[in-house]
Ligand binder design. Structure first.
Ligand code: HEM
Length: 509
């Protein structure tokens, strides 16, 4: 990075008011004599105070603390059999990318090393508009019913009375909603405390659809695998860093990019046909499940490289607006109900957080021209000039249908179904495999210690016992080890219906 002196020499700026008038002395205030009152005619001073008082915008309601950078995405493999997205029409195509990583529950000043999932949001500026992949660093999520999301998030944030984080409400929610346990297993492993923001993988979590030009669709899950591997901190290291350097994630991302150690991810998809999805043991629209890699191997598609730290954090990262609904032709959402809700929620919050013209901010503006009938509103920077603001026969726009527009997607069957969270034995299979097959002895020891350190703070005996029951559904030994660590008697599993009663993915070609 150039020195501050070099930047100043290059900038060669003269101090002015916000309206551009030069001012000789930034601290000067017009007043009567040496001790008299300050004058309201002093625009320079009023402008200074008035702008300062308006510097804050709403922080993100979740994922408020984060770090980000720019770079590029490069297509490394031909996947034109899967999608007609023009980005993938040629191997070697590159497009500009912006990524933002974040913790979820903490405020904008909170510690980067908190135990929390990490957001992993990527904006790809393609020649067909922006494609945002708004992912996390875990392949699953706490819920499969979006109506639970605000409840869930409230319990991870602050108590309405004490304004403290509260272990009782944290575990009250999780124990009442056992479909969360797969994500809880990951959160309380060392993966819950990644080493910085750029030594971790990213996962779409949701199923999306890639569609080819004939309308043939394939279900996909997107994976970002970081070169150098997923690095984690122990609970003790993360807690120490939170006290000593709350900005550890921001700082290490900045330092690595400035030193030329550009964070790089290889990007893959897992793919599944509709016929495979029908036979698959788990519902592909259930965000609490993974697709086993043995059955559905990773297929490489590209790489993501971050090689440019922003010049201005607020303009380029705080104002970045990522949404799973920012898609391009050839990429379609699946019917995952959580994804469907998110398609609405993100642009909704962007209009609140950044204003109705948030897409016109430079960090969000696509690299291709935008032409439509949206006009005006606060901060209309690109108001489309002389172009008519209605569908005009005199100055018509050109319309370009998606190649597969007329092709039918899934045919949905059945009546309105509101119970998305019905728990069965199926919900415990994948968490059990994590405990029994994936965690080694050290991972098990860390997991038990990390949960005990948190669950041990719960005051309600009912909540404690209920969460131990959920863990007993995963594995009795796991539950007993946590119980022992917090001085609690052994607890039996919850009684749940068999896996055969789980909601299946129903599809008709
Ligand atoms: C941020 C809603 C689930 C990943 C946000 C924001 C909202 C939100 C309102 C703030 C966005 C902003 O201010 O720009 C929801 C809802 C969910 C949900 C309603 C479920 C019903 C998920 C899931 C994932 C995810 C399942 C990942 C697979 C993210 C990320 C951000 C975010 C990465 C931060 C984006 C950024 O860096 O600007 N979410 N979310 N969310 N969410 Fe979600």
């Amino acid at each position: 990075m150039p020195s501050k002196q070099a930047i100043a020499a290059q900038d060669n700026a003269t101090y002015t008011t916000s309206s551009g008038a030069p001012v000789a002395e930034p601290y000067a205030i017009q007043r009567i004599g040496l001790n008299g009152p300050v004058l309201i005619q002093d625009f320079h001073h009023i402008d200074l105070l008035a702008h300062f008082a308006r510097e804050r915008i709403p922080e993100r309601v979740v994922h408020a603390k984060g770090a980000g950078a720019h770079g590029y995405f490069e297509v490394t493999h031909d996947i034109s059999d899967l999608t007609c997205a023009s980005l993938f029409s040629k191997v070697g195509t590159k497009c500009p990318a912006t990524a933002r990583f974040s913790t979820v529950g903490g405020e904008s000043g909170s510690a980067d090393t908190a135990r929390d999932p990490r957001g992993f949001a990527v904006k790809l500026k393609t020649d067909q508009g922006n494609w945002d992949i708004v992912a996390n660093n875990t392949p699953v999520f706490f819920l499969r019913d979006p109506s639970k999301f605000p409840h869930f998030i409230h319990t991870q944030k602050r108590d309405p009375q004490t304004h403290l984080k509260d272990a009782d409400m944290f575990w009250d929610y999780l124990s009442l909603n056992p479909e969360s346990v797969h994500q809880v297993m990951i959160l309380f492993s060392d993966r819950g405390t990644p080493d910085g923001y750029h030594h971790m993988h990213g996962y779409s979590g949701h199923t999306f659809k890639f569609v080819d030009s004939e309308g043939k669709y394939t279900y996909v899950q997107i994976h970002f695998r970081v070169r150098g591997g997923f690095k984690t901190l122990t609970d003790a290291q993360a807690t120490k860093l939170a006290g000593e350097n709350a900005e550890y994630g921001l700082q290490t991302l900045f330092e690595d990019i400035e030193a030329g150690n550009y964070p790089t991810w290889d990007v893959y998809v897992q793919t599944m046909t509709a016929e495979q999805a029908e036979k698959f043991r788990y519902n592909i629209l259930d965000l609490t499940k993974v697709w086993p890699h043995g059955e559905f191997p990773l297929r490489p598609i590209g790489k993501l490289v971050l090689d440019k730290y922003p010049d201005n954090y607020f303009a380029e990262i705080e104002q970045a607006a990522f949404s799973p609904s920012h898609l391009v032709p050839g990429v379609e959402p699946s019917a995952d109900p959580v994804l469907q809700s998110r398609l609405f929620s993100y642009p909704d919050t962007h209009r609140h957080r950044l204003g109705v013209n948030y897409q016109q901010l430079p960090v969000n503006a696509p690299v291709v021209p935008v032409a439509n009938f949206q006009r005006d509103g606060f901060m209309a920077i690109n108001n489309q000039g002389t172009r008519p603001n209605y569908q005009s026969s005199l100055v018509p726009l050109t319309y370009k249908p998606k190649p597969y527009e007329q092709v039918k997607h899934e045919v949905w069957l059945g009546n309105a179904n509101v119970d998305l969270s019905f728990i069965t034995e199926l919900d415990f299979e994948q968490p059990r495999a994590l405990w029994q097959k994936v965690f080694d002895d050290t991972a098990k020891e860390h997991f038990v210690g990390n949960v005990a350190g948190h669950l041990g703070n719960v005051k309600s005996p009912i909540v404690k016992a209920r969460q131990l029951s959920v863990f007993a559904n995963v594995d009795q030994d796991l539950s007993d080890r946590i119980a022992k660590a917090i001085g609690h008697p052994s607890v039996k599993p919850l009684s749940v219906p068999p896996a055969s009663e789980a909601t299946r993915f129903q599809y008709k070609a």
